[in-house]
Design a protein around this ligand. Structure first.
Ligand SMILES: [Zn+2]
Length: 496
C-alpha cells in the first residue's frame, strides 16, 4: 500500500465520536418507537469498540484568504479526512491537541491560506507526451482541480481512474469537442490531435449527450462548426440530463444567442463579431461561407473565417450594441484564456521564472517548444496584436456589465506550462481590471459554480473540501504572490 493510500485510508475512518453519537441517536430513536428489541439483537448490551479518533491536520496562526470573505489573520484551520472541520480563532488548539497525539500541527505564522486553485480550461490529451506529467505539475503550482475541455472520453475516463489513488488534481472532463459536419480537430494533421467529433444532426444530440454522460463526462463542450439546430438540441439534451455546457460560440451563431444556453464560453472568441456595428452583415457572410463549404478541412474553414472577420469586427466595435450582447451573458461564465490570447504579444518564455519552470517538461516536449520559440522570435515582427489587446480590453467591460469570469489557460496549448500558466492568467485578469480577490474568486468559486459544487468547494469554510494552498506572501496585496506556494493540500493530504 502506498503512503498516500495508507494515509487516505486512515483519514477516511469515521471517528469514534461520530460512531458513538450516531449509535446514540439511532438507539434513542428506536427506543422512542418501541422497536429496539424487535429490530436489534439487544439481549446483550451493544459493545462499543475503542477506535482512535481520525488524525487531524491543524494549521495554526495562518491568515485565511477566502475568495468571498477576504482576509482574516491569525486563524486556526483544522482538517479531518478530506474536509475542513474548523476555521476560527486558535482558542480550541489545546482541545484539538489533546484529542490525539497523531494530529499534525503546523505553525503557519506569516503565511496565507487560499482554497485550492482551478484551471477551468486544460487539455490532458493535446500532447500525450505531457499527459503523465500534467497532474503533478498542476499540484506543484497549487492547482487542485481542473476542467478538461476536450479530448477522447474513454482516454480521459481511464486517466481519471488511473489517478484515483495517487496525488492528482480533481479532474472534470467533457469528452470530445462536439463539432459539425466538418470537425476542426479531426486528427487529419499530425500537429493537431483528434480532440473533436462531429454531431451530424439535431436528432442525434440526445444519444450523443447520453453516451458521454454514461462514459463519465461531467459536462459537454460544443465547438465552432456545429449548426444552430444541432446546438439547440445539444443544449436541450444537456439540460435534460443535468450536464453543464462549455461552449465556443458556433460560427453560424452570435454570442448573445448561443451564450445564454451555455454555462461557460471559452476564449472570448466571436464576441467581437456580436459587438460589431455591422454584426448582421458579418454573420450573413460567415453563414454563406460555411454553407458553401463542401470540401476541405474544418480547421482551414475555421481559420479562414477568423482571419477574415476578426479584425474588421473589432474595428467596427459598437459599445451600445456590445452592452446589449454582454447583458445576455450575466449567467454565462466567460473563460477568457487571456494567457493564450496574448501569447504572441506577451511571450511567456521571456519571463524570468520561465527557464526554471520549463525544466519540469519532458525533454522531447522541451525541444519541440524551443523550436517554436525560436520561430516566434524570428517571425514576430509586424505581428498583429489586435485580438490580444481586445481580449484584455474586454475584461473591464465584462466586469462593468456583471458578466462572470473564470480562470482557464488552455494548457498546454500555446506554450502553456501546466499549473504555472494559471498564475499568469491570474495576473492578466488583474491587469485587465479585476481586483486580486476577484481573480482568486475566478479560480475557485466560479469554476465550482459551473459544476454546481459551490457548497462543497472553492472556499475555506467548515464542511468544504480540504483542497488548500499555503503561500508565503499575501495574494490580495499582489496577485503575483499566488506563485509563492509553500505547501499544497489535495483532498486532505499534503502533496509531497
Ligand atoms: Zn481548449
Amino acid at each position: 500500500m502506498s503512503k498516500y493510500i495508507a494515509a487516505k485510508y486512515a483519514s477516511e475512518n469515521p471517528s469514534l465520536a461520530h460512531k458513538l453519537s450516531r449509535t446514540r441517536v439511532i438507539t434513542k430513536a428506536l427506543l422512542a418507537a418501541g422497536m429496539c428489541c424487535t429490530l436489534l439483537a439487544c439481549s446483550e448490551p451493544q459493545q462499543t469498540q475503542e477506535t482512535p479518533e481520525a488524525a487531524k491536520t491543524i494549521i495554526n496562526n495562518v491568515s485565511v484568504v477566502d475568495p468571498v470573505d477576504g482576509l482574516v489573520a491569525l486563524q486556526q484551520v483544522v482538517i479531518q479526512a478530506d474536509k475542513i472541520i474548523y476555521v476560527g480563532p486558535a482558542e480550541n488548539i489545546e482541545k484539538v491537541n489533546e484529542a490525539n497525539d497523531k494530529n499534525q500541527v503546523i505553525d503557519a505564522t506569516g503565511q496565507f491560506l487560499i482554497p485550492g486553485l482551478w484551471d477551468m480550461h486544460v487539455h490532458f490529451l493535446y500532447d500525450e507526451a505531457l499527459t503523465d506529467v500534467m497532474p503533478e505539475l498542476f499540484l506543484r503550482y497549487g492547482v487542485t482541480s481542473v476542467r478538461d475541455t476536450g479530448g477522447d472520453v474513454k482516454k480521459l475516463a481511464s486517466l481519471r481512474e488511473k489517478l484515483k489513488d495517487t496525488p492528482a488534481p480533481r479532474i472534470y472532463f467533457s469528452g470530445p469537442l462536439l463539432d459539425g459536419k466538418f470537425v476542426v480537430y479531426d486528427g487529419s494533421d499530425p500537429s493537431r490531435p483528434p480532440l473533436g467529433t462531429g454531431v451530424l444532426d439535431a436528432e442525434s444530440a440526445m444519444d450523443t449527450v447520453t453516451a458521454l454522460k454514461s462514459a463519465g463526462a461531467d459536462f459537454i463542450k460544443i465547438y465552432e462548426l456545429i449548426d444552430p439546430a444541432t446546438y439547440n438540441s445539444l443544449a436541450a439534451a444537456a439540460r435534460q440530463l443535468d450536464m453543464p455546457i462549455a461552449s465556443h460560440v458556433p460560427l453560424m451563431m452570435t454570442a448573445d444567442v448561443a451564450g445564454p444556453m451555455a454555462g461557460s464560453m471559452e476564449h472570448l472568441r466571436n464576441i467581437e463579431l456580436a459587438c460589431a456595428a455591422n454584426w448582421q452583415a458579418l454573420l450573413t457572410q460567415r453563414q454563406a461561407k460555411i454553407t458553401g463549404f463542401t470540401e476541405g478541412l474544418g480547421y482551414t474553414l475555421r481559420s479562414e473565417l477568423h482571419s477574415a472577420q476578426r479584425i474588421p469586427a473589432i474595428k467596427a466595435y459598437d459599445e451600445t450594441r456590445c452592452n446589449e450582447v454582454l447583458d445576455t451573458l450575466t449567467n454565462t461564465i466567460q473563460v477568457p484564456t487571456l494567457r493564450l490570447n496574448t501569447v504572441l504579444m506577451l511571450k511567456p518564455f521571456e519571463r524570468a521564472d520561465w527557464p526554471d519552470a520549463a525544466t519540469a517538461l519532458p525533454q522531447d516536449v522541451l525541444e519541440n517548444w524551443q523550436a517554436r520559440i525560436d520561430l516566434l522570435n524570428t517571425s514576430s515582427l509586424g505581428m498583429d496584436h489586435t485580438f490580444a489587446n481586445w481580449s484584455q480590453f474586454l475584461i473591464a467591460r465584462l466586469l462593468e456589465r456583471g458578466v462572470p469570469i473564470g480562470a482557464g489557460t488552455d494548457t498546454p496549448i500555446g506554450l502553456g506550462i501546466p499549473g504555472y500558466s494559471l498564475h499568469t492568467e491570474l495576473e492578466l485578469l488583474v491587469a485587465g481590471g479585476m481586483s486580486t480577490q476577484q481573480a482568486l474568486y475566478a479560480a475557485t468559486v466560479t469554476p465550482a459554480k459551473f459544476l454546481g459544487l459551490e457548497d462543497t468547494m472553492g472556499q475555506i469554510k467548515v464542511g468544504m473540501a480540504a483542497d488548500l494552498v499555503l503561500l508565503s506572501s499575501n495574494p490580495l496585496e499582489n496577485i503575483e504572490h499566488s506563485r509563492t506556494v509553500t505547501k499544497v493540500m489535495s483532498r486532505g493530504l499534503w502533496v509531497e
